[in-house]
Design a protein around this ligand. Sequence first.
Ligand SMILES: Cc1ncc(Cc2csc(CCOP(=O)(O)OP(=O)(O)O)c2C)c(N)n1
Ligand SMILES: [Mg+2]
Length: 540
Amino acid sequence: MNLTESLLHALKAHGARQIFGIPGDFALPYFRIIEKSAILPLYTLSHEPGVGFAADACGRISGGLGVAAVTYGAGAFNMVNAVASAYAEKSPLVVLSGGPGKGESQSGLLLHHQAKTLDSQFQIYKEITCDQVRLDDAERAPADIARALANCLRHSQPVYIEIPRDMVAEPCLPVTAQAALAVDPDALDACVTDILQRLAQASAPVLMAGVEVRRFGLEAKVAELSSRLALPVVTSFMGVGLLAQTEAPLVGTYLGVAGLPEVTQLVENSDGLFLLGVIVSDTNFAVSEKKIDLRKTIRALAGQVTMGYHTYSHIPLAALVDHLLLRVPATDKKFSVKHQSYPHGLVADAASITPTDIATAVNDLMARHGKLPIASDMGDCLFTALDIEHTALIAPGYYATMGFGVPAGLGLQAATGERPLILVGDGAFQMTGWELGNCRRYGWDPIVLLFNNASWEMLRTFQPESGFNDLDHWGFAEMAAGMGGDGVRVNTRAELKAALDKAIATRGRFQLIDITIPRGVLSETLSRFVAGVKRLSTPQ
Ligand SMILES: Cc1ncc(Cc2csc(CCOP(=O)(O)OP(=O)(O)O)c2C)c(N)n1
Ligand SMILES: [Mg+2]
């Protein structure tokens, strides 16, 4: 077996099911082995940001590993933003990059694609990955790969693997996976006792589920635990879509002043808030109506549990949830809660379209045809997603980069085989929407809802006086046919409903619905969010 094959087998053994990539001369040798060995299917896209977002989506939605394969320099540097997003949002992404071989590295020449030094790329990737290895020693390679992949899954964060192009075919032993780290049973039991006592003493305990619950594949267990504990559950903004396929006593999504008042009060008046895998970020908590005193919460994140002024270290989330389930007996007592309601019954008339109409039309569609998984970009489309019936949703809810939606939708379909709904604004579509041109050769057929307000509308809401947020109307619908799909422009609610009915009935070609939204018309959630931020930032 050669070094690349050993790496590919290890990736597969650790949960990778596909590779997204774009080659270059430093990467051609290892791409050749990917193609010839067929250990993992390879999907190439058109621009490295899309490769990173698509691979990130695969890891998120499957709970395995996403794999992004690029060339040295221009390729890897092009993908930095997507990997930074994966790092911030705790996505298990493996970055493979070709690299210079030993001889050329010692030639004394400056190499093409080199930035400052030959090591610059490795150093830059140190800032956005939790582990990095350069496979320049075939003896050491199996252990290096085992450590990097174990860390990727243990921390649910990206890792960087550089493959010098003169090493790809070196004989190499298979990789033996690292053993799971031992958890101190006494510390775990003491931690669980502490948590259960605090929850029992609270008069209004609430469980907030965050992204780590999905990243570590714990949704079903958390749903069971919340029922046993009779805890109402909310998701964080980043955790939207979590627990969608479970019987969890889910009330809704916490959004502070931008959310539904009943959810906001439930969270902010709780004297026993249990944050399970929640990233304590501004997008999750900055618009709190009432400042949440984090010292009074129970926070389990990144392998630690913090309560009051003390922290239990080395308590992985999965071990914590398993031990809680061990200590809390199953009960046949059903704990149910009133779930937030979603808009239904679009009036299909000649009125212009608002983001809430889009959510209503999607809810109607899913009621008729079953739920669709959603990949959303950043922009008002993401706020609109909060008004869509609970379904699997991947989105850059914390790092908040544009460009995620379309490539992530392609990754979602590649990883699950399910037809996704993609929500994307016109600004973000201009960045990575063109990846739709790759659908035909792979048989992907997403339904793309393009929120076209001819504007960077989110920015305009915060700075209305700036004219630079005005965009032109691009003919996105006309461009779809040239990329192998079907496109239609809709201006009224009746046209929107007809376009969705046609799209859901058409398989095998992507369906792009270019939805005209009058400039300045926002989703209700974004309107509340902006009003809340302005109110909270105005000195009282
Ligand atoms: C890669 C990147 N560059 C800039 C920005 C900054 C930004 C945040 S929101 C926004 C406007 C989005 O316009 P779009 O038409 O997509 O959506 P909408 O607001 O609903 O009209 C920008 C430019 C971000 N977040 N990511
Ligand atoms: Mg826009």
